[in-house]
Write a protein that binds this ligand. Structure first.
Ligand code: BES
Ligand code: MN
Ligand code: ZN
Length: 508
């Protein structure tokens, strides 16, 4: 992980490879910053004079400076002050980090706007805290700095990456507030990096047993407990879905249970997070086409998000009892594989008819959702790269949300808007249920062509207990085809920031 720090002082004295300064697009911010630039650089940079650099959000301009430890600054556009938002803060930092990468600058300092500049902003007038602002500035940079290059013996452009990102504040006045925000960002970004690493890792590195080992390591390092069930225990319990999906692979399944230490005191609400842990999804006997099949190494992105969220929560001492459950298996078409027409019996006793072995996520989640009842939870949230249909509906921008708890979905919406890991509800109307009816079992695992994201959730609903439940289909948001503002092609680590923000603000 990149190192994140808050430092106090003047930009003149800063030792860094690159110092970034924020420029609002509108007045008086723009002129004020340019007066400073003229003083330090000795001139107004030509792109400013010509109007090419206007301070549009994310626009950057490198300005060489003589006679300073940091011999160049980068001006980063912030867009109009009136529209400044937490997301703008993330994009500003991300732009600074991208500029640093282009300059091969390993140590970057971002000069945070001072209180005079911040307090008139509508965002702060609306009650957003300086702590959350610092959190967002730190997040954007730390997430933009991520690379998955551990398998490249020759790094791109011979640059090892940005190593440190610091925030320069002019006075000590809000130093501690900023430091808290940046510390929170470090926790949540380290967890997002982990989630991205786990999902980007190839199937020959991450399979159910090795995933369980990684979760154990994370638990030891961050202080949450980890219990792992092997295939014998999974069979003894009667998790027919997890066992059935795993049969086509030589790699045995695992069921991973995580739990944070609950602070003492009165009864705490219990929340169970469930993550789909298909470490590779070839489709099974209903084999997927080979084009882009490699992407399916990321089919454990839900699991990765749950590990990340537990890792952060372990440090935050939230007034909650928090459990993470990961059913993990590999979906391959081996000689012993599950076949269309097979019938499975799940942990809660219900049976499912296999129509398509590529609808495997719901089969393993069924057992995990049934298992969740043992905790008599106040809420269960599952995250899964469940359907291609949700990508058709919402693209790579928005996570699909379905569930039985209006208040929890409302709070997830709010957390999504704050973190910009946005979610949108799809309906679970009763009329969809007939699409999943089986003539010979309680439910079948695949519907016809339409409403695929919904019928996936309809299947899951058969296996929930009497608890409130929300399903997040992250198939589009967890795996990106194009780099984003502060994410790269590949695994986004979506869910970590959403869940952490949700848990922090959770109201039973
Ligand atoms: N892991 C896939 C869903 C997926 C598709 C994730 C594209 C990310 C990108 C899932 O297991 C799957 O194969 N779902 C099927 C379900 C169908 C057979 C009912 C699908 O969406 O086609
Ligand atoms: Mn599948
Ligand atoms: Zn899958």
């Amino acid at each position: 992980m990149i190192s994140l720090k808050v430092i106090a002082g003047k930009p003149e004295g800063v030792r860094a490879d690159l110092v970034a300064a924020i420029v609002f697009e509108d007045e008086p911010g723009f002129s004020r910053r340019m007066a400073e630039v003229r003083k330090t650089a000795g001139h107004i940079p030509p792109p400013v004079a010509s109007g090419a650099f206007k301070g549009k959000l994310g626009q950057t301009l490198i300005v060489p400076i003589a006679g300073r430890a940091a011999h160049q600054i980068v001006l980063v556009g912030a867009g109009p002050a009136g529209r400044f938002s937490l997301e703008a803060a993330r994009r500003i930092s991300a732009a600074a980090i991208k500029a640093a990468m282009a300059q091969h600058a390993p140590a970057v300092v971002l000069q945070l706007p001072d209180a005079e500049e911040l307090s008139p902003l509508p965002l702060l007038k609306a009650g957003v805290s300086l702590r959350d602002l610092a959190l967002s500035f730190a997040e954007g940079g730390a997430l933009a700095a991520y690379r998955f290059d551990k398998y490249r013996t020759e790094k791109e452009n011979d640059f090892a990456g940005v190593r440190s990102f610091s925030f320069l504040v002019a006075s000590r006045r809000n130093f501690d507030t900023y430091r808290q925000g940046v510390r929170d960002a470090a926790l949540v970004c380290e967890a997002t990096w982990l989630a991205r690493d786990l999902a980007n890792a190839p199937g020959n590195e991450i399979y159910p047993e090795s995933l369980a080992r990684r979760v154990r390591m994370a638990g030891r390092k961050h202080g949450f407990s980890v219990t792992v069930f092997d295939e014998k225990k999974i069979a003894r319990l009667g998790m027919g879905g997890l066992l059935g999906v795993a049969k086509g692979s030589r790699k045995p399944p695992r069921f991973i249970i995580m739990e944070t230490r609950t602070p003492r005191g009165r009864k705490r609400p219990t929340i169970v997070l469930v993550g789909k842990g298909i470490t590779f999804d070839a489709g099974g006997i209903s084999l997927k086409p080979s084009a882009n099949m490699a992407e399916m190494k990321m089919d454990m992105s839900g699991a990765a998000a749950v590990v990340g969220a537990l890792q952060v929560a372990a440090h935050l001492r939230l007034p909650l009892r928090l459990i993470g459950l990961i059913p993990a298996a590999e979906n391959l078409p081996g000689g012993n594989a599950l076949k269309p027409g097979d019938i499975l019996r799940h942990l809660n006793g219900k049976t499912s008819e296999i129509d398509n072995t590529d609808a495997e996520g719901r089969l393993i989640l069924a057992d995990a959702l049934s298992y969740a009842s043992r905790y008599t939870p106040d809420l269960v949230i599952d995250l899964a790269t469940l359907t291609g249909a949700v990508v058709v509906a919402l693209g790579h921008v928005t996570t699909g949300m379905l569930g039985t708890s209006e208040p929890a979905m409302q709070q997830l919406r709010a957390a999504g808007d704050r973190t910009f890991e946005r979610v949108w509800e799809l309906p679970l109307f009763e009329e969809y249920e007939k699409l999943m009816k089986s003539e010979i079992a309680d439910v079948k695992n695949a519907g016809a062509r339409w409403a695929g994201a919904i019928t996936g959730a309809v299947f899951l609903k058969h296996f929930i207990g009497s608890y409130p439940w929300v399903h997040l289909d992250i198939a589009g948001t967890a795996m990106l085809e194009e780099p984003g503002e502060y994410s790269q092609r590949g695994a986004s680590g979506v869910g970590v920031r959403l869940l952490v923000d949700f848990l922090r603000h959770y109201k039973p």
